[in-house]
Design a protein around this ligand. Structure first.
Ligand SMILES: Nc1ncnc2c1ncn2[C@@H]1O[C@H](COP(=O)(O)OP(=O)(O)OP(=O)(O)O)[C@@H](O)[C@H]1O
Ligand SMILES: [Mg+2]
Length: 323
């Protein structure tokens, strides 16, 4: 992979009134990579994306895209980027190919018809070219919106949560579309709140939380940087009265989290065998019945947990309640 950086953010901050949505972030995206911004609801992902796209001005800091300043040269930036529109904003009464051609005309490309045929084939929508948007499935609409983000052969394509709301099959098919976009030479910057998506699809990711970037690297490197090799997970039928500190001090354990209900245990471990034996002994002592005892290799979820002290699933749920 090329190591030329194509997007640079330095000390970028964005406030909405008194609220700091993006808090002094630094970021570099390399040419030709799929770069993911991962974080729970409200982390500041969309705000960051919109500032890079030149749609929102930062309160402070600098952003450059392919050498252009995103604030003072926003017109130049917009010419060389593609932005995925939310499917709801697509014209419902035009066919897929008509919308593609319309966008081709907007961008002044030489043969909009041919480009429409070519791009619809690329996102596997040739058979739906004559369908209106409201006659397409959610996954097909998302693929169409990605095709629209490619009409002007952009240097960078920005996708804001491209797979949200899709079923697992449609998500995987969309991942392939994104991989094809990268293969064609376009740099992709996407946001997601799916850990597995960031892990499987992105070359590098920035994990955002509360307006800050708390880690940025390849998924592998982020996981390898954890002190644990694996995680021991268990659930119980009745809530346990063990403390997290107690579990974290079991042999091999490096960290432990018990969920709010007290029935789901998550113990990071550098020695799985020792930790499991100790956990079983503890359960035996306190007459606790463990169900679903398992050990798995560490994942990005564990990275988030280690960095924030919160479980990712719980921060998503908490946000949904307050949203
Ligand atoms: N126009 C606005 N006015 C006031 N606050 C805003 C505005 N847009 C976003 N915010 C706030 O800024 C924070 C970051 O929002 P942003 O949309 O960037 O988050 P996000 O990471 O994209 O979240 P999601 O995963 O839900 O899309 C949120 O707390 C949000 O409520
Ligand atoms: Mg968002």
């Amino acid at each position: 992979m090329s190591t030329t950086s194509i997007i640079q953010l330095a000390n970028v901050t964005k406030r909405y009134g008194d609220f700091i949505a993006v808090n002094g972030i630094d970021l570099e995206v390399q040419e030709g990579e799929i770069f993911g911004i991962l974080g729970p609801n409200g982390a500041g992902k969309t705000t960051t994306l919109e500032m890079i796209e030149g749609l929102r001005a930062p309160d402070s800091g600098t952003i450059t895209v392919a050498g252009f300043d995103a604030v003072n040269q926003a017109d130049e930036v917009r010419k060389i980027i593609g932005v995925q529109l939310q499917s709801t904003s697509l014209f419902p009464y035009l066919s897929a190919s008509e919308i593609m051609e319309l966008f081709g005309h907007f961008y002044g490309i030489s043969d909009p018809k041919r480009r429409a045929v070519e791009l619809l084939a690329n996102v596997d929508l040739s058979s739906k070219a004559g369908n209106r948007v409201d006659q397409m499935s959610g996954g097909q609409q998302q693929r169409l919106s990605i095709a629209l983000a490619l009409v002007n052969s952009p240097v960078v394509s920005f996708l804001d949560e491209p797979t949200t709301g899709l079923d697992p099959h449609a998500r995987r098919s969309l991942w392939q579309t994104v991989l094809d976009v990268r293969a064609s030479g376009t740099t992709v910057v996407l946001t997601t709140h799916y850990m597995d998506e960031a892990e499987s699809l992105c070359d590098r990711i920035a994990i955002m939380d509360g307006g800050r970037i708390i880690a940025c690297d390849t998924p592998d490197a982020l996981i390898r940087a954890l002190p644990q090799d694996a995680v021991v997970r268990a659930s119980t039928q009745v809530p346990v009265n063990w403390s997290q500190a107690e579990l974290a001090s079991l042999p091999g354990a490096t960290n432990a989290v018990i969920d709010a209900a007290g029935t789901s245990l998550n113990i990071a471990s550098a020695d799985v065998q020792a930790t499991i034996i100790a956990l079983l002994n503890l359960a035996e002592r306190d007459d606790i019945r463990l169900v679903d005892l398992a050990s798995t290799s560490a994942t990005l979820e564990d990275v988030f947990l280690a960095l924030t002290g919160r479980s990712y699933g719980e921060s998503e749920e908490a946000e949904e309640v307050t949203a």
